[in-house]
Design a protein around this ligand. Structure first.
Ligand code: TRP
Length: 457
């Protein structure tokens, strides 16, 4: 798999290269598509009034997400090392300072914090598999489905067991290396997409499709606060997996002749498409069943089982759906854990197994805060709300956008034009647009939104 072609650079990744452009796109899409698209996007759009939030989210995906993703890939490919080492190397080469490595380190920590709650939600998904198999959704009405969920999350032992099991799965796969998973992703992603289309058919015939569509696409800016704008920006970074060096790590294995722009466009379109699709499935169901779109994190778990319960082959399809969602969560979770494990293996004398065990235990421990957010510690609120809401706010709305600012500054200001144009092949119009967005638009927009939301402007 190691590419022998290294046209303008001798640098090679230790771990070889992706076998094709498609392999890279599948891998990055596998990391990008996860709970963010199917669980987080709909509930956040619902909480923030729909249309205006969705519009702002889409703008951020293309105007901020895209240039940041291109910057991450180009930095990764230029350095061909893990994010911390790449930032140290390029920082010295291009900017005269090794301290850029702290940007890589910040990403590793952000990813661990995100995984701490991600694993709890993935645990919810896992427990919905046996619920689906045993036909608990069949014929149930909205109240019954809501009770099913509320009974589950109010039971700390059940939530913690599921979280523990999911972290154990992560440990099991990652301690062996993630190779085999790439193959699985190639089958699972299309299968998930297919199932979403089946669900779309049901929501089309739910009787409230147009109401759902108009909720999602009619912008009502009165319903969107600056906090909502900040949330949309955090979500754009989150679903695209940018702002934590994860994409940098993937870029390190990208063959030199592959177009970074084309790859980034494909990933962004696929990821956004799946988010919008899941909104189109969920909102019509919300309105058809008289539910509240602002329900919050439980939204998906209180709508989808309802429609499965009314379908012909509901038991079968619900089972497949939650299995696929759990897999999508697993492929993303591995992407969130790998940077920390890779860092530990490279900077201590612990082997992969021991490093994975230590990192997984740490993340598991942090995750207890989120696992207890809906039960024992539900009254324990500060700043943004529950523990989950705080961890999510700090990581998605502060750490990811801040890292994104520094990543674009590094790629577009610190790196020489020679280096960046070599990676983005050329001086054409695409390079100019990237440069404008990465130099000015992205960092300034992020800072302004950030300062607005915390009330400094
Ligand atoms: N994008 C993932 C999702 O939407 C979550 C995520 C954020 C991620 N950053 C990541 C996954 C880094 C892997 C690597 O669910």
């Amino acid at each position: 798999m190691l590419s022998s072609d290294n046209s303008n650079q001798e640098r090679q990744s230790l771990h070889g290269n992706w076998s094709s452009r498609l392999a890279f796109i599948m891998a990055v899409t596998g990391s990008a598509v996860g709970l963010g698209n199917i669980w987080k996007f709909p509930y956040m759009a619902g909480q923030n009034g729909g249309g205006a939030f969705v519009l702002v989210y889409l703008l951020f995906v293309f105007l901020i997400g895209m240039p940041v993703m291109m910057s991450e890939i180009l930095i990764g490919r230029r350095g061909r090392r893990n994010p911390v080492a790449t930032m140290a190397l390029l920082g010295e080469e291009e900017g005269g300072s090794k301290h850029w490595k702290w940007l890589g380190a910040l990403g590793v920590i952000t990813a661990m914090l995100i995984l701490s709650y991600y694993s709890v939600i993935a645990g919810w998904t896992l427990t919905y598999i046996p619920k689906a198999i045993s036909g608990q959704f069949t014929g149930a009405d909205a109240t019954l489905i809501a009770d099913l969920f509320d009974d589950f999350v109010s039971n700390p032992a059940a939530v913690i067991s599921a979280h523990t099991f999911f972290m154990f799965l992560n440990f099991f796969v990652i301690s062996r290396g993630v190779k085999g998973l790439e193959v699985a992703v190639k089958f699972l992603m299309p299968a998930l997409l297919f199932l979403l289309f089946v669900l779309l058919y049901y929501s089309l015939t739910s009787g409230s499709f147009s109401e759902g569509v108009s909720f999602m696409f009619t912008p009502n800016f009165a319903a969107l606060s600056w906090d909502g704008v900040l949330t949309a920006m955090g979500l754009a970074c989150f679903t695209l997996s940018i702002g934590m060096g994860a994409i940098m790590a993937y870029g390190a294995y990208l063959p030199q002749e592959t177009s970074i722009t084309n790859a980034a466009v494909s990933v962004v379109v696929a990821d956004t498409g799946i988010a919008v699709l899941s909104g189109l499935v969920i909102f019509p169901l919300v309105f058809a069943n008289g539910l509240n779109p602002g329900e919050g994190p439980d939204l998906v778990f209180k709508t989808l089982p309802l429609v499965f319960g009314q379908m012909q082959a509901g038991v079968f399809l619900a089972t497949i759906f939650f299995v696929l969602l759990a897999f999508a969560a697993l492929t993303s979770a591995l992407g969130l854990m790998e940077p920390a494990v890779a860092w530990m293996v490279e900077s201590t004398n612990y082997n992969r197994k021991k490093s994975s065990a230590i990192i997984a235990s740490l993340i598991w421990f942090f995750g207890l805060g989120t696992a207890l957010s809906d039960n024992l510690l539900s009254e324990f609120k500060f700043f943004q709300g529950t523990i989950y809401e705080n961890v999510d706010f700090i990581t998605s709305n502060i750490m990811l956008p801040m890292s994104a600012v520094f990543i674009t500054i590094f790629a577009a200001w610190v790196m020489s034009k020679n280096s960046s144009s070599e990676e983005l092949d050329g001086h054409g119009v695409v390079y100019k647009i990237w440069q404008l967005l990465a130099r000015y638009f992205a960092p300034i927009a992020i800072l302004v939104i950030f300062l607005q939301a915390i009330g400094w402007i």
